[in-house]
Write a protein that binds this ligand. Structure first.
Ligand SMILES: NC(=O)c1ccc[n+]([C@@H]2O[C@H](COP(=O)([O-])OP(=O)(O)OC[C@H]3O[C@@H](n4cnc5c(N)ncnc54)[C@H](OP(=O)(O)O)[C@@H]3O)[C@@H](O)[C@H]2O)c1
Length: 292
């Protein structure tokens, strides 16, 4: 029986918490900003109703065996308020977020040895605070070390596919290549079907190449033909698919601009690599967010 606290029970956090509950092996506690009656998750394997304990005040947090953080990247500081109590006895803190700076975001709050960065691929959306739709398979990747293998073990017996890799850096950068190009849809407010346009397809590939150049300078390794593969995956996706930065902009919510594109510009500057497409996307989206 592991005591697991999940900070940020939104789309991803809700799906993950619900699957952990189904094992019957864990005591799951949700750390939320507001009271929640329970979780109802529609998954490709059927519906799950879960009633984990819910805390709404970091002052109530007591030590657990594992902490899983699934807030948006820009909410790291708020999420960190929970960690003082939850991780007081040295619990590993898994960061289930997009981007490549999982460690950097939490370095000020948790000793590096406790942090477990997670590449998360879990298409999900919240229809209200307690109802979540998992739109496809949930997949996560962690570094192949003792804590990574401990994280994998939490999900044994669930359909959540968690694997280890000797090279997590390349896995998160590869995901960033896909996510960074999603800004095109957010700028246009058009779903994936837009990528059938030849010019937009070329733009997507150019943005992915910028991300790859910076990723390589950071030590990531990419397979041949990644820009073409990402474009092909977008063209094969359901034409009405809406990525999360597009959904956030459409709903007037804050956006993970820095975690998905700003980071490419910032790190590109450090390495002397120009990233004009990402720079323009960041400038436009930030100006739109300010003018909202
Ligand atoms: N959704 C996807 O399909 C998907 C797929 C892959 C990766 N990701 C990544 O996974 C991460 C989470 O995304 P998401 O879509 O699950 O976001 P989300 O639905 O917005 O959920 C974030 C949750 O964090 C909560 N939260 C924020 N600050 C908090 C705090 N201080 N204490 C406790 N809870 C707090 C929010 O509370 P409120 O309810 O009060 O807002 C919300 O419930 C992001 O990095 C995203 O890019 C998402």
């Amino acid at each position: 029986m592991a005591r697991i606290a999940l900070v940020g029970p939104g789309a991803v956090g809700g799906v993950i918490a619900a699957w952990l509950e189904t094992t019957g092996r864990h005591r799951v506690t949700l750390c939320a900003r507001r009271p929640l009656g329970g979780l109802h998750v529609e998954t490709p394997h059927g519906s799950i109703t879960a009633k984990p304990a819910v805390l709404t005040d970091p002052a109530q947090a007591t030590p657990v065996d594992w902490v899983l953080v699934a807030t948006k990247a820009y909410d790291a500081a708020g999420a960190a308020a929970w960690l003082k109590g939850l991780a007081a006895e040295g619990a590993p803190v898994a960061i289930l977020q997009n981007g490549v700076e999982h460690r950097e975001r939490f370095a000020a709050y948790v000793p590096a040895a406790q942090l477990v960065p997670v590449m998360v691929d879990c298409p999900a959306e919240r229809t209200d605070p307690t109802h979540i739709r998992q739109r496809g398979p949930a997949r996560m990747v962690v570094q192949d070390d003792a804590r990574g293998r401990g994280f994998v073990a939490l999900f044994a017996g669930t359909p959540v596919e968690v694997s280890v890799t000797p090279d997590l850096k390349s896995a998160v950068w590869r995901k960033l290549c896909l996510n960074s190009s999603g800004v095109i849809n957010a700028l246009l407010l058009q779903p994936t079907a837009a990528m059938h346009d030849e010019q937009l397809g070329d733009l997507l590939k150019a943005m992915v190449r910028e991300c790859m150049a910076v990723g390589r300078a950071e030590g990531a390794v990419f397979e041949e033909g990644l820009p073409e593969k990402i474009l092909a995956s977008q063209r094969a996706a359901p034409p009405d698919s809406v990525n999360s930065i597009h959904a956030d902009r459409a709903a007037g919510r804050p956006m993970e601009i820095d975690a998905r594109n700003g980071v490419i510009v910032r790190l590109g500057r450090e390495h002397g690599i120009p990233t004009p497409y990402n720079q323009m996307a960041v400038a436009l989206l930030e100006a739109m967010a300010r003018g909202k």
